[in-house]
Write a protein that binds this ligand. Structure first.
Ligand SMILES: [Zn+2]
Length: 166
């Protein structure tokens, strides 16, 4: 069973496994690589399109592929990337991650500060993230991953982040 195999993986290995699974099976993946065939359909294009249809059908019946998709979709709205360079002035900029960052684990296995590459001793902060969607203001509780810092800076940083909490 897949369950048992996946249980042996550490969080980062599981991440890589599921992302890989997702990237190999997501319908948009081939679409992105496909050039516009609407005007010049060749036999080759037809074969390729049909191949994709079959391949898409295949994705539906696999538990692991569904899991990979769920995992991937969830990741987009779970962690955010922050610009913390001006946190001493009480200014922080936050955004959703882009696909590239989701895939490599930036903001999840690597610090969510856009200027930082720290991978060790990361801690999750729940942050109220305000954003715009279709002209509407929205809020979401998201996670900001950040390393535990040395004593002085840590306390300062704690206070700053606590101010951001709901
Ligand atoms: Zn950092």
């Amino acid at each position: 069973m897949y369950h048992r195999n996946l249980a042996h993986l550490n969080p980062y290995e599981l991440h890589k496994h599921l992302i890989n699974e997702y990237m190999l099976t997501k319908p948009g993946a081939t679409k992105l690589l496909q050039r516009d065939t609407s005007r010049d359909k060749t036999d080759h294009d037809v074969v390729r399109e049909n191949h994709r249809f079959l391949w898409d059908d295949e994705t539906v019946d696999s538990w692991e592929k569904q899991l990979a998709k769920k995992y991937y979709d969830k990741l987009f709205r779970e962690y955010c990337i922050a610009d913390l360079s001006r946190y001493k002035e009480n200014k922080v900029a936050m955004r959703w991650r882009i696909e590239k960052e989701v895939i490599v684990g930036k903001g999840q296995f690597v610090c969510g500060d856009r200027h930082c590459e720290e991978r060790n001793e990361l801690r999750s902060w729940e942050v109220n993230f305000g954003y715009q969607e279709h002209g509407q203001k929205k809020n979401a509780l998201v996670k900001l991953r950040h390393e535990v810092e040395e004593k002085t800076r840590e306390e300062e940083f704690d206070e700053f982040l606590e101010d951001l909490l709901l």
